[in-house]
Design a protein around this ligand. Structure first.
Ligand SMILES: NC(=O)c1ccc[n+]([C@@H]2O[C@H](COP(=O)([O-])OP(=O)(O)OC[C@H]3O[C@@H](n4cnc5c(N)ncnc54)[C@H](OP(=O)(O)O)[C@@H]3O)[C@@H](O)[C@H]2O)c1
Length: 218
């Protein structure tokens, strides 16, 4: 299983302003994102992004023979039942949650299942156990997942040592505050933080962003 994180960030590493405005991407960046969606078997966002942006997560900007599964990471199963993800092609949607979330929101779990949404319960408490979730996804034939953030979701993956590749577009804006690319308690020392090496750097044709591919060094 390959886990790819794709984020579009300001120069100071923010993916949204303090008011939650996340419209940072140029057309080239959006096309790259959609290429990555097309190359992936499942595309995921965290519950925070699902609530704020209500994305459809379809591949639209590039030709693609097969739409990937689209889903939300939501340990408490707190997202509304009428998100676009569940209204539009619900049979291609999934929720990565926990037994805790399913117990707590039993009616929602039943409703979503009845719409054809797949619920994967990985973990007993409110936190998704990524190792279990990845195992479950792999057992369904999923070989690559694309995680589009937000910051807390990316941190949960980083903390679980599960990120193989980061595709980050750095946009020539300085936001000063807002949601970081990776938002969590972090590490005490540089030594214990996971390492990545740049494998490709591209200047976007708009002349205002740089896209960098970072590969995990083991
Ligand atoms: N520029 C970009 O590329 C980009 C991309 C995506 C999003 N964004 C922006 O980022 C902001 C949202 O980011 P965010 O960091 O606040 O939220 P987020 O990462 O989208 O969602 C975080 C929430 O998802 C749930 N979650 C994530 N990982 C989990 C895990 N391992 N186990 C259990 N639950 C998990 C948790 O819900 P609970 O709180 O219920 O535990 C958590 O608080 C929005 O403003 C959005 O527009 C920007």
């Amino acid at each position: 299983m390959e886990v790819v994180v794709f984020s579009s960030a300001s120069l100071d590493g923010r993916i949204a302003t303090r008011e939650g405005d996340s419209k940072l991407s140029c057309e080239y960046d959006l096309a790259l994102l959609h290429e990555w969606r097309c190359r992936s078997d499942a595309v995921l966002v965290g519950a925070g992004t699902a609530v704020v942006d209500d994305p459809g997560l379809f591949v639209k900007r590039v030709p693609c023979e097969r739409q990937p599964l689209r889903g939300v990471v939501d340990g408490r199963l707190r997202v509304p039942h009428d998100l676009r993800l569940f209204r539009e092609m619900p049979w291609l949607s999934l929720v990565i949650t926990t037994h805790y979330g399913i117990r707590k929101e039993g009616w929602k779990a039943k409703y979503l299942s009845s719409r054809g949404v797949e619920l994967i319960a990985a973990g007993d408490g409110p936190s998704v156990n990524w190792h279990k979730a990845i195992e479950e996804l792999a057992s369904r034939g999923i070989r690559r997942i694309l995680v589009e953030g937000g910051g807390k979701t990316t941190w949960s993956l980083v903390k679980s040592n599960a990120v193989d590749r980061m595709e980050i577009t750095y946009v020539g804006k300085v936001l000063g505050a807002g949601t970081p690319v990776v938002d969590g308690e972090g590490y005490a020392t540089v030594r214990e933080a996971p390492s990545f090496a740049p494998s490709e750097v591209r200047i976007c044709p708009c002349g205002r962003c740089v896209h960098v591919t970072w590969l995990r060094i083991l």
